[in-house]
Ligand binder design. Structure first.
Ligand SMILES: NC(=O)c1ccc[n+]([C@@H]2O[C@H](COP(=O)([O-])OP(=O)(O)OC[C@H]3O[C@@H](n4cnc5c(N)ncnc54)[C@H](OP(=O)(O)O)[C@@H]3O)[C@@H](O)[C@H]2O)c1
Length: 246
């Protein structure tokens, strides 16, 4: 019998990460789910288990290096393989650059760029080893970046800079690892209807935003691609005449 595939999903307690985790569980993946707030995380892990998946909740702060290393080590010890690493944990805060507190910039760098770099580094050996067992698809890194990486908006300089760095990180991973069957994709959506985008509901109603389900659909499609197709990034726009409409 084919061994069950596994995924590690950061930002897995709500929003886009949770939706991708749910789709992966339905698809037959076992999961490590991580986020900071452990009660919400454990509750969602129990819910996803009802879909027949083994789901391990491993709380941690992506801004804390020791947490990132522990989460990678726990997934490795529990499952011994990794078919998909989904990096959805991310933070953003708006403010004009001239008055922007550098601590808020540092926090976004830490969660949005430093932790993906660290997590990928910690898990590459496992991704490579699993890719050897999966000659058709190899293994996938799926990072949720943002359309802001390509089309920054006023007030989102820090966020846009970190998300552009995440796109570049995925591209760089592909140059180093795709020949070994490990490829990385940065999904870059405009506004998605989750808690994170609630601050802009006065200008963009929830029903005009991209759905987390659509982002999850793309993530699932990436997991099914053969290893011969590498997709470095995937912009997702809202409908309208404006090019790069976030
Ligand atoms: N919503 C949008 O409009 C939009 C558009 C483009 C891209 N994105 C990106 O999509 C990703 C997911 O966003 P979302 O909309 O799903 O947001 P969300 O609903 O606010 O969910 C964010 C998730 O990340 C976790 N998280 C936040 N900070 C963390 C930290 N320091 N350490 C560990 N986990 C942390 C949260 O759990 P805890 O709070 O418990 O830690 C939660 O599980 C983010 O990277 C975001 O930048 C969002």
């Amino acid at each position: 019998m084919r061994p069950r595939r596994t995924a590690l999903v950061t930002g897995g307690s709500r929003g886009i990460g949770l939706e991708i985790a749910r789709r992966l569980a339905e698809e037959g993946y076992d999961l490590t789910l991580t986020a900071r707030e452990s009660d919400a995380l454990r509750k969602e892990a129990v819910r996803l288990s009802a879909l027949g998946a083994r789901v391990e909740a491993e709380p941690g702060d992506m801004a804390a290096e020791e947490d990132v290393r522990r989460i990678a080590a726990m997934h490795t010890a529990r499952f011994g393989r990794l078919d998909a690493l989904v990096i959805s944990a991310g933070v953003g805060s708006a403010g004009r650059l001239a008055e922007y507190p550098i601590q808020r910039f540092d926090k976004q760098v830490s969660v949005n760029v430093r932790s993906p770099f660290l997590l990928i580094g910690e898990l590459l050996h496992l991704l490579r080893a699993t890719a050897e067992l999966e000659p058709a698809t190899g293994t996938k890194i799926i990072a949720v970046s943002s359309l802001a990486a390509f089309a920054p908006e006023p007030g989102l300089a820090a966020y846009a800079a970190t998300k552009a760095a995440l796109v570049a990180l995925c591209a760089a991973v592909n140059t180093e690892e795709s020949s070994a069957g490990v490829s990385a994709t940065a999904i870059c959506p405009g506004y998605v209807d989750t808690d994170m985008s609630a601050w802009i509901h006065d200008r963009i109603p929830a029903e005009e935003m991209i759905s987390a389900a659509d982002v999850a659909e793309l993530a699932l499609a990436i997991t099914r691609l053969s290893r011969r197709a590498v997709v470095p990034h995937l912009p997702v726009l809202r409908p309208g005449a404006e090019l790069w409409r976030g």
